[in-house]
Design a protein around this ligand. Structure first.
Ligand code: FDA
Ligand code: NAD
Length: 431
């Protein structure tokens, strides 16, 4: 089998890979120096589109429309861009063995790839109900969502099964976003949520739950999926709940969490908090090996902590930081350590929220969180040691979202919680 060698290899072809490639190109690359190896068949794209616009009934975005780096307002890196820059895109290629001591990767079809510097950007995979041996979890029409192939299967079933009953298992990000888009497709949607929507506080979660119910989504609480029944074609028919209830389903969509893909490196790198441990330059415990995006457990300088973050903003920024660090070390220069302000966001129906900082300490809720309001707009500040550590805002303007980012970064002291609740977003806008 052929062997190929590169100066730099990015393993994984998702969000972080695309942003890393752009950063390499900015610093100047010689043709053939960089390769991206991905098991997906397409060039890096903005994964968040898959649970939102990609599934819209009308004018859904399609590739090449959402290749990176459009998600952060940058240039769209089409497959031609990689060609022009002399970057080799090695697609539909799964790496099944990594030998970090020998600086070698081996693909499922037996190809060998050598590198001098490796950037691990393998992201996460879905947790499957079959991992828990839930009976019937392999029935037809039970779907998961991580990659574009998964999204295409959903697009097909959305077209094929008009007016179907959909059960969404899970009240995390995937469950919340997919329930909305399936409802927009006019399906009869029920959500199976063990406790509450997993969104920060019970006030915040409660607002979205009521909003969803007003949109006609049924929220079934207090139990988990314990099994599935199927018809004679093997297609899912019912979800069995642990408490004995049965819920009819023509389609089931599961979002019960993600697992970082670190398995290839077990025993070869130091791990922490479920990810590959890195320093503030995303260097791992192995020389010349970096890890970025979902798989990296990194020092979160602001909070003097180490964390793993499964959100797109960090995937982009950690990739850029790692490449800057690689280039700086080649030139014998130093760069600043990663100093990340956590940023998460989501959009469902006409709603749109942003969160910055750390959700620790006491909370102060402000604004109009009545789900029946024509334009609900509300937020929450998190206060620790008399200072604002985190801020959430639903329905903010771009300037207001910038203001909550700033407040979380600056961590101003507050005099009175009541005053803060009264001032609401105006407090952040003054900072
Ligand atoms: P990512 O998962 O993007 O890429 C990993 C790549 O590695 C994939 O191409 C995979 O195929 C490849 N790979 C893995 N193992 C391999 C192997 N052995 N060989 C070859 N290739 C391999 N975040 C947010 O902040 N806001 C949002 O709205 C959303 N929305 C959203 C929707 C959906 C549907 C998902 C699944 C996720 C989100 N996220 C999000 C999370 C965000 O997308 C996620 O944190 C980033 O994509 C992580 O980027 P990475 O590059 O680390 O992994
Ligand atoms: P999650 O961890 O956000 O939520 C999982 C949910 O499943 C939890 O509410 C949990 O209580 C529930 N659950 C677990 N077992 C269950 C069972 N047997 N029955 C019913 N419910 C069960 O994970 P996710 O929503 O699957 O998201 C996957 C990944 O995608 C994460 O990394 C997430 O950050 C990312 N993502 C992020 C966004 C965003 O930031 N807007 C959007 C989509 C996906």
């Amino acid at each position: 089998m052929a062997e190929k060698g590169f100066k730099y290899v990015i393993l994984g072809g998702g969000v972080a890979a695309g942003y890393a490639a752009r950063e390499f190109a900015k610093h100047g690359l010689k043709p053939g120096e960089l390769a991206i190896i991905s098991k997906e068949a397409v060039a890096p794209y903005e994964r968040p589109t898959l649970s939102k616009g990609y599934l819209f009934p009308e004018s859904p975005p399609r590739l090449p429309g959402f290749h990176v780096c459009v998600g952060s307002g940058g240039e769209r890196l089409l497959p031609e861009w990689y060609k022009e820059k002399g970057i080799e895109l090695i697609l539909s290629t799964e790496i099944v063995k990594a030998d970090l001591a020998a600086k070698t990767l081996i693909s499922a079809s037996g190809e060998t790839f050598k590198y001098q510097i490796l950037v691990i950007a393998t992201g996460s995979t879905v947790v499957r109900l079959s991992d828990f041996r839930i009976p019937g979890a392999d029935a037809k029409n039970i779907f998961y969502l991580r990659e574009i192939d998964d999204a295409d299967k959903l697009v097909e079933v959305i077209k094929a099964k008009k007016n179907a009953k959909v059960v969404v298992v899970g009240g995390g990000y995937i469950g919340i976003e997919l329930s909305a888009v399936l409802r927009i497709n006019n399906f009869d949607v029920s959500m199976l949520v063990p406790e509450m929507f997993r969104l920060f506080t019970s006030d915040i979660a409660g607002f979205y739950e009521s909003y969803y119910e007003k949109k006609g989504i049924k929220i079934i609480k207090g139990s988990v999926a314990a099994g599935f029944t199927a018809d004679s074609n093997g297609e899912v028919k019912e979800v069995k709940l642990k408490d004995g209830r049965l819920v009819e389903a023509d389609i089931v969509v599961v979002g019960v969490g993600a697992r970082p893909l670190t398995g290839l490196f077990k025993g070869q790198v130091v791990e922490e908090k479920g990810g590959i441990k890195t320093d503030g330059f995303f260097q791992t415990s192995v020389p010349d090996v970096y890890a970025v995006g979902d798989v990296a457990t990194f020092p979160l300088k602001m909070y003097n902590d180490v964390r793993r973050v499964e959100h797109v903003d960090h995937a982009r920024k950690s990739a850029e930081q790692a490449v800057k660090a690689i280039k700086a070390s080649e030139e014998g220069k130093a760069i600043e350590e990663y100093d990340y302000l956590p940023f998460f966001y989501s959009r469902e129906f006409d709603l749109s929220w942003q969160f910055y900082g750390d959700n620790v300490g006491e909370t102060v809720l402000f604004g109009d969180n009545n789900p029946a309001s024509p334009n609900p707009k509300f937020g929450t500040y998190w206060i620790k040691d008399g200072k604002i550590f985190g801020a959430f805002l639903e329905g903010g303007s771009p300037e207001e979202n910038k203001a909550i980012a700033k407040v979380a970064r600056v961590q101003p002291s507050i005099e009175s919680r009541d005053l803060l609740a009264e001032e609401g977003i105006a407090f952040a806008s003054k900072i």
